[in-house]
Design a protein around this ligand. Structure first.
Ligand SMILES: Nc1nc2c([nH]c(=O)n2[C@@H]2O[C@H](COP(=O)(O)OP(=O)(O)OP(=O)(O)O)[C@@H](O)[C@H]2O)c(=O)[nH]1
Length: 316
């Protein structure tokens, strides 16, 4: 049986404390009692953004003032083949009024979600647990001790996602560094992934592995870790990461960067069009710093990843 594809707009309302809003479907709805993100079907002639603005007015009585594209996922239900356009609702006006759900709840991303949850939403909840900034280490360049101090400082400042990328450190030094970094990241409740080296990642008990672009194209299946991501430079790479059901991708360089000298950046428009409509979170990378975060998220990025800017000491 072929089912008609239904376009759906779903909103991730994010409160300043990081909580997001869920609604419980009413007793007369399909999947009654299940929890969902507020939203509904896109009507003919509407864009997903227009549909979400209308739905949130109808369902919650709010006026959306800042909307950003985020993820797009397809799911085959018994009753329909849905394509869900998840968008981040960063700002709105008006008090929330519950007009269609049987309950509303603000949920912490790292805590338990509400059950039962609509089956398509599992990867969305996981994506919401992924921090918004990734720091990529450069101990081989700046020195192991300097890097560990910078890591400690960044963790104290809120960094919660670290990629150990130390291909040129000798094996023993790399393992010692990775273990030291992991201990620090864990002490702050963060996540650490190891670039390329799955054996090292497993030996030290890292949270996952990060595939360089060439490795992404070579692997046959998703490596077996809780968190797996990849570096991408174009749409083909992103689609490969999506096909392998990875948890995130990095896309860049957005701006020219010392890591890839002589390579022009794709710019924010290039980033937005290359990363649009994907089912996994995409970080913007390449010549970026903390103050690029809003711009990146407006372009559909989950967040930003950086090497140099993350470890720079804060100037007085
Ligand atoms: N709103 C919403 N729908 C979701 C989510 N996840 C998910 O799989 N869906 C699916 O997307 C479709 C949305 O349909 P809906 O019934 O909410 O749409 P609607 O408000 O226009 O309802 P209607 O059928 O009364 O016109 C359903 O098949 C639902 O199962 C989610 O998080 N939020």
């Amino acid at each position: 049986m072929t089912r008609k594809r239904v376009e759906v707009a779903a909103g991730v309302l994010l409160r300043e404390d990081g909580c997001y809003l869920l609604g419980q479907r009413a007793p007369d709805a399909v999947y009654a009692g299940y929890w969902e993100f507020p939203g509904g079907k896109v009507e003919p002639g509407e864009s997903p953004a227009q549909a979400l603005v209308r739905e949130l007015d109808e369902e919650l009585g709010i006026r959306v003032t800042r909307l950003r594209p985020w993820l797009c996922r397809e799911h085959l239900y018994e009753h329909a083949h849905v394509r869900l356009h998840f968008q981040e609702v960063a700002a709105w006006e008006g008090e929330l009024a519950d007009r269609v759900h049987s309950a509303l709840a603000w949920v912490r991303p790292e805590g338990p979600a509400r059950e039962p949850m609509l089956p398509a939403n599992g990867p969305i909840l996981k994506a919401l647990r992924l921090p918004r900034t990734m720091g990529i280490t450069q101990a081989a360049e700046i020195g192991v001790e300097v890097q560990l101090d910078a890591l400690e400082r960044a963790l104290a400042g809120g960094l919660r996602l670290v990629q150990v990328r130390e291909a040129t450190l000798p094996d023993a030094a790399r393992e010692a560094f990775a273990r030291a970094a992991l201990a620090r990241v864990r002490a702050h409740g963060g996540l650490l992934v190891v670039n390329e080296d799955e054996v090292l990642a497993r030996r030290i008990g890292a949270d996952g592995v990060h595939l360089p672009a060439r490795r992404l194209m070579a692997v046959q299946a998703r490596p077996d870790f809780p968190w797996v991501g990849a570096s991408c430079h174009d749409r083909a790479g992103l689609e490969r990461a999506a096909a392998l059901e990875l948890d995130y991708a990095l896309l860049g360089p957005v701006q020219p960067t010392l890591t890839h000298p002589g390579q022009a950046g794709m710019g924010w428009e290039g980033f937005a069009s290359t990363a649009a409509g994907l089912p996994l979170p995409v970080f913007a990378l390449g010549g970026l710093a903390a103050d690029d975060m809003e711009r990146a998220r407006d372009a559909g990025a989950h967040g930003i990843a950086a090497i140099r800017a993350i470890w720079r000491p804060v100037r007085d």
